[in-house]
Design a protein around this ligand. Structure first.
Ligand code: SF4
Length: 471
């Protein structure tokens, strides 16, 4: 997708003023988080599993080269082929080369964030190959010519009416007719996609995991479209980033137990599909050829760095669902492939803080993302890390930098700080006492535009603490 993270503030204002988007985003809380809570409560060992899943990923990242080499050896032994891509350009070129070698005109695609990250669809289109998204949410946003706005629910920002209009505009057989019923829409999408599945020369999927022990790629879906994408065409290409490696099948089963519960509140996703190699002698179905494209695109630079923990992410989307900022703005405002708390760490790590410096500030640092993350990723710590880099590089707005410098000058002189606080609290308390708060406060316009600033009451926190008052 085209990146527009620099326009985050402008995008955020637009999103807040978009009433339809605000209504649509309400679905997030009702749907995902409530179900996740139920799923967690019904599994007493949920937190133990999270610790085990974290340990598995930490171990894998510490020996990533070995596990990736072992994976390649197993894929080759089972008749598949592994390709290595240092960056997005190499990954796109490898996919195109395979498509050309197979004479492909149409490819079907299962949902894949790495394909979004490397902007595969526009590249294939520019080279005369038609990509067709087969996940329903991805299909809807492909019709709308939009990027996904959520990792696991790409069209969460659209409501039923908007989807009906997209179908009416794009499905010629509807002749402009609006479908009202969700089941009718599903049936209509199924009918259109069935023909595309049968016509496709190549199927491209992502991979939730690459198992080093067996050379298998694994996809986790709820619609079965991923299976049809990888089984029906002559060739299957699995795209995966390097951190998707996992040592063994037993390790995968541990992570799978926290993945679906965190993502959709299910015990297991409807389909968990293991692929190894192409069709063997005597087998009646499956692709004739199996390619795995393993993409780095900035991840190896994260290994051993302050943001290595982010590579544990299994793309469950739970931190997005829990984040109050994402909940108000949706995913498009972030202007890059990965949104929400995980995206605000991953995007600067992959694409550089210079371009992505607004994103680590798109958080209240409330910590809910870390609380719910099945892989125990310390997102707030890494957001602070990127904020520090932003300040060091002079990327923060000058008002914020001046404000922080001023505050730090006072905060490092405790006696002066206490005196000034006393004066400030006293003056504001007196001025605001009549109304109980301020509707407008100089230098705090961002706060008072949407809410009142309460007037201070009584004494400063330091004075009360010194007197021994404790909550
Ligand atoms: S950071 Fe954690 S909660 Fe967020 S998508 Fe990744 S694994 Fe899920």
């Amino acid at each position: 997708m085209e990146r527009s993270a620099r326009a985050f503030t402008h995008n955020a204002h637009k999103a807040l003023a978009d009433d339809v988007l605000q209504d649509n985003l309400v679905k997030l809380k009702g749907n995902f988080l409530v179900r996740r809570e139920r799923a967690r409560d019904s599994l007493p060992e949920f937190d133990v599993l999270r610790d085990e899943a974290k340990a598995i990923k930490d171990h894998t990242l510490a020996h990533l080269d070995l596990y990736l080499e072992a994976f390649e050896a197993q894929v080759t032994a089972t008749g598949g082929q592994v390709h290595w891509a240092r960056d997005a350009a190499e990954a796109r070129a490898i996919v195109l080369e395979i498509c050309r070698a197979e004479g492909a005109r149409t490819v079907t695609k299962g949902k894949s964030m790495i394909a979004e990250e490397i902007a595969l669809n526009p590249y294939l289109e520019a080279h005369g190959i038609e990509p067709v998204e087969t996940d329903l949410g991805e299909y809807i946003i492909q019709l709308a010519n939009e990027p996904p706005s959520h990792i696991i629910a790409p069209a969460i920002h659209k409501n039923r009416q908007q989807v009906a209009e997209l179908f009416a505009d794009n499905h010629a057989h509807l002749d402009g007719r609006l479908l009202d019923d969700i089941d009718d829409m599903l049936a209509d999408a199924r009918k259109v996609l069935r023909e595309r599945f049968l016509k496709a020369d190549i199927g491209i999927t992502g991979a939730n995991f690459m198992v080093a022990e067996t050379g298998q790629t694994i996809i986790v879906t709820n619609e079965g479209n991923g299976d049809l994408t990888q089984l029906l065409p002559r060739v299957h290409i699995a795209l995966a980033s390097i951190e998707k490696a996992v040592p063994s099948l037993e390790d995968v089963t541990t992570i799978l137990r926290v993945l679906a519960r965190s993502a959709t509140g299910q015990e297991m996703a409807s389909y968990t599909t293991f692929s190894a190699g192409g069709r063997r002698d005597g087998e009646t179905d499956g692709p004739e050829a199996f390619h795995v494209v393993i993409v780095d695109n900035g991840r190896s630079a994260m290994l051993g760095s302050e943001v290595q923990d982010m590579l544990r992410c299994i793309r469950c989307g739970c931190c997005l669902n829990a984040c109050p900022v994402y909940g108000k703005l949706g995913g498009h405002v972030y202007g890059t492939t990965y949104s929400g708390p995980m995206g605000s760490v991953l995007s600067p790590s992959l694409f550089g803080i210079d371009e992505m410096h607004h994103l680590p500030n798109a958080s209240t640092l409330c910590g809910r993302c870390e609380d719910v993350c099945p892989m125990r990723i310390p997102i707030p710590r890494m957001l602070r890390y990127w904020r520090e880099r932003e300040t060091e590089r002079g990327l923060a707005p000058s008002t914020a930098r001046w404000g922080l410098n001023l505050w730090s000058a006072f905060a490092s002189r405790p006696t002066l700080y206490r005196r000034l606080m006393r004066i400030g609290v006293g003056v504001l308390g007196r001025l605001g006492r009549r109304h109980g708060g301020f509707a407008n406060l100089p230098l705090a316009g961002g706060w008072t535009r949407a809410r009142e600033m309460p007037a201070p009451e009584g004494q400063t926190f330091q004075d009360r603490w010194q007197r021994g008052e404790r909550p």
